[in-house]
Design a protein around this ligand. Structure first.
Ligand SMILES: [Fe+2]
Ligand SMILES: [Fe+2]
Ligand SMILES: [Fe+2]
Length: 414
């Protein structure tokens, strides 16, 4: 299919912006704003459309390691490759979160993008996006030894954070001048010039930043097949899995098992990969659900349960914006619907739910039952299938898929 990767990333990265808001409540649209400011600075310094395109991808994903960094902090792990402890979950007085002020999210973010085939730069843009021009950053790299894209993102990131902290135009201009030693001087000059434009700051408003960014996207569409697009969804599935300590490999497990089920049904290659993408992204909306509710031990009150129930709705609202994702949207966001209409969030029933939506719903239940949870151990195959058979008997899930999953996974999942 013909795809503009930037457009796809804007849709998906919105979930990262929501996730980051949990750490920095004032910062909505952070990735989008950093991408927009980066692109404007780059334009002033004469970037080609092709380079601009890559820069926007990187900028949208620059903080993709935040979830994994939070997970490491939660687990008491050190930042990989350093002797530093991962960032604690508190905000510092100047409004920069400790997560942003720790190299953990740079290391994890770089790692997560390592298998991302759409942007080819190999100079560790994400790893070095907090390096300072004077060498006082996390890894002590200075001047033009810092990759150009990282220098741009660092300046844009600082401007976006100052803006979101409520600083006005003059204060931000002062802050750039005061901190000039940590930024590339040429980029500083471009940023100061931009700062004097009224429209530049109006474009930062919550209401406009996305459309301002979309308006300046280079129109670079390329032909991709779903197998290639799957590398993007896989990257997001790792971020989703990093969010919850209890379901750390849930999306990966579902995607693998969905693959086996599709092979069993001898699906053509295109449908096979679309199903894998849907499985990767089925819980995408969980990035928008607040972590303390998602991970709350014990019983949830009605309102909290409603918040949890919103996640497949968010999945739908994000995926439905992507051209070519029509089927994927259906299959992914119907995974908590039930054939008798008792599911959520829409209450769809057997008249609406197609076979592939039924497969994902079954695989989701099977995966959940065979995973450890804080309140119970993982169930064995037989016990999980018995529960699902009972659900099928009561008209909740597809009986034939349950039966087929029994034969596919019997002896494979213990
Ligand atoms: Fe960052
Ligand atoms: Fe950032
Ligand atoms: Fe779910």
């Amino acid at each position: 299919m013909l795809l503009n990767v930037n457009e796809l990333l804007i849709s998906l990265s919105k979930t990262l912006d929501f996730a980051e808001r949990e750490v920095l409540p004032t910062h909505s649209n952070h990735g989008m704003r950093v991408a927009y400011i980066s692109a404007r600075i780059a334009q002033k310094t004469g970037f080609s459309d092709h380079d601009l395109f890559d820069l926007i991808s990187y900028a949208l994903l620059h903080d993709n390691g935040v979830m994994a960094s939070i997970r490491n902090a939660r687990d008491g792990k050190q930042v990989p490759g350093t002797n530093l402890q991962s960032a604690p979950l508190i905000n510092s007085a100047d409004g920069f979160s400790m997560v942003e002020a720790s190299p953990g999210h740079c290391v994890e973010g770089e790692k997560n993008l390592a298998h991302f085939p759409f942007i080819q730069r190999k100079d560790n843009v994400i790893l070095y996006h907090h390096e300072r021009y004077d060498g006082s950053g996390f890894f002590g790299i200075s001047g033009n030894n810092i990759p150009l894209y990282s220098r741009i993102i660092h300046l844009a990131d600082s401007m976006a954070i100052w803006y979101s902290n409520g600083m006005g135009t003059d204060m931000i201009t002062d802050a750039i001048i005061r901190n000039a030693h940590v930024f590339d001087p040429d980029l500083c000059e471009a940023a100061l010039e931009l700062s004097s434009n009224v429209e530049f700051w109006l474009d930062q408003k919550e209401l406009f930043v996305q459309s301002a960014l979309v308006a300046m996207l280079p129109q670079v569409s390329r032909e991709f097949d779903y197998k290639q697009i799957r590398t993007i969804s896989q990257m997001f599935s790792r971020i989703i899995d990093a969010k919850s300590p209890f379901t750390g490999s849930h999306s990966r497990g579902i995607s693998d098992k969905t693959g086996f089920v599709c092979q069993y049904y001898e699906y053509d290659e295109k449908t096979y990969w679309k199903m894998r993408i849907a499985a990767d992204l089925h819980d995408l909306g969980k990035l928008i659900v607040p972590g303390p509710i998602l991970d709350k031990p014990g019983k949830l009150c009605r309102d909290e349960f409603r918040v949890i129930q919103s996640h497949p709705y968010y999945t739908r609202r994000i995926l439905e914006k992507i051209d070519g994702f029509e089927d994927i949207t259906e299959w992914a966001s119907n995974h908590h619907e039930k054939l008798n209409g008792s599911g959520y969030p829409y209450g769809f029933d057997s008249r609406t739910l197609d076979f592939n939506s039924r497969i994902l719903a079954c695989v989701d239940i099977y995966q959940a039952l065979t995973e450890d949870r804080p309140y119970r151990k993982a169930m064995e195959h037989r016990q999980a299938i018995d529960i699902m058979t009972d659900m099928a008997r009561h008209g909740l899930i597809e009986a034939s898929v349950t039966e087929d999953m029994d034969s596919i996974f019997c002896g494979v999942v213990e």
